[in-house]
Write a protein that binds this ligand. Structure first.
Ligand code: NAP
Length: 283
């Protein structure tokens, strides 16, 4: 019998623990604040930013929103980031991606003070994570780890296959699994024998961005299947990368989409914001 890994419930628990920490910090006279920058009017980005603001309200983190028009220049955005970097009342800075094409994302990411980089995208923070010295967590992969831990899934010595090697999901996911002593294989678009590799997995993490990419024949009986993907199916309904209806017949644990990894990502962002407050206040 498959167990659904309930991202809504687990993320609610994480946010509650963040709320208690924020409350504690307030008692010490420290207010947590996250600045969220959005450039342009991409509807998906607007939804993500609204969800992040809601999570801030729930956890007692003050949020500041900077909604800039599409035609904002890179220099104008960098000037805003410089101002937020210098503002002692702002603990975390997040710039919602993607940015309009005329703005270089890497330049923007690297301009955020690493101590305020709660998305954990900067080279400094990524490097620190790989050497096991990170303060922040890569939000989406850390959300996956939190779910696995909540359901007591032991990763030590397990074959974990990550499908996807992006800087924000696949690569940091591999790092966190390695840290838990899993044997990790990272697959991508040039991987040969992908189905065979997946069939050897005790745990599959799918981060591809293609609906029904992981099919039941790619999953061994009893495997744990984590679906990071966010796609729209032919009816416009939200779905992941996994052929959920068929794969759930073989998996021991599986995440639904929606309600799996998505809510976890935002909860981990809240956790990072509290870490930023502590870092900046030498706690
Ligand atoms: P991405 O940057 O587009 O990376 C996709 C990865 O999938 C790439 O490494 C690519 O390989 C690989 N891939 C593509 N086609 C493949 C194929 N046929 N066989 C094997 N690998 C293939 O995407 P991303 O940012 O990592 O996001 C992945 C998915 O997760 C998306 O659906 C995104 O919306 C979702 N997401 C969800 C959350 C959340 O909070 N739940 C957060 C972030 C992203 P190459 O490197 O070789 O091109």
């Amino acid at each position: 019998m498959v167990t659904l890994m309930d991202g809504k419930a687990v993320s609610a628990a994480v946010k509650e623990s963040v709320r208690l920490e924020v409350e504690q910090l307030k008692k010490q006279g420290v207010e947590a604040c996250l600045a969220v920058i959005i450039v342009g009017s991409d509807p998906a980005s607007r939804v993500y930013v609204n969800n992040k603001k809601k999570a801030c309200e729930l956890t007692g983190i003050r949020s500041e929103e900077y909604a800039l028009p599409e035609e904002t220049t890179e220099q104008e955005l960098l000037t805003l980031i410089d101002r937020l970097n210098a503002d002692k009342k702002v603990n975390g800075i997040l710039c919602q991606l993607p940015l309009p094409k005329h703005i270089d994302e890497n330049t923007v990411i690297e301009r955020i003070d690493p101590k305020k980089d709660v998305d954990m995208f900067s080279c400094v923070n990524v490097g620190k994570m790989w050497v096991g010295d990170g303060v922040f967590l890569p939000c989406t992969p850390a959300g996956v780890m939190e779910l696995l831990s909540y359901y007591h899934i032991d990763l030590c010595g397990k074959n974990c296959v990550v499908v996807g090697r992006s800087n924000i999901v696949g690569k940091p996911m591999a790092c966190l699994l390695l840290e838990k002593n899993a044997t990790v294989t990272v697959c991508h678009s040039r991987t040969k024998n992908l189905a065979e590799i997946c069939r050897s997995a005790d745990v599959i993490v799918a981060a591809v961005g293609k609906a029904k990419f992981i099919t039941a024949d790619m999953v061994k009986d009893g495997a744990v299947v984590v679906d990071v993907g966010i796609n729209r199916n032919e009816n416009g309904k939200l779905c992941g990368d996994v052929d959920f209806e068929n794969v759930k017949e073989k998996a021991s644990y599986i995440t639904p989409v929606p309600g799996g990894c998505g809510p976890m990502t935002i909860a981990m962002l809240m956790k990072n914001t509290v870490s930023a407050v502590k870092l900046q206040n030498n706690q």
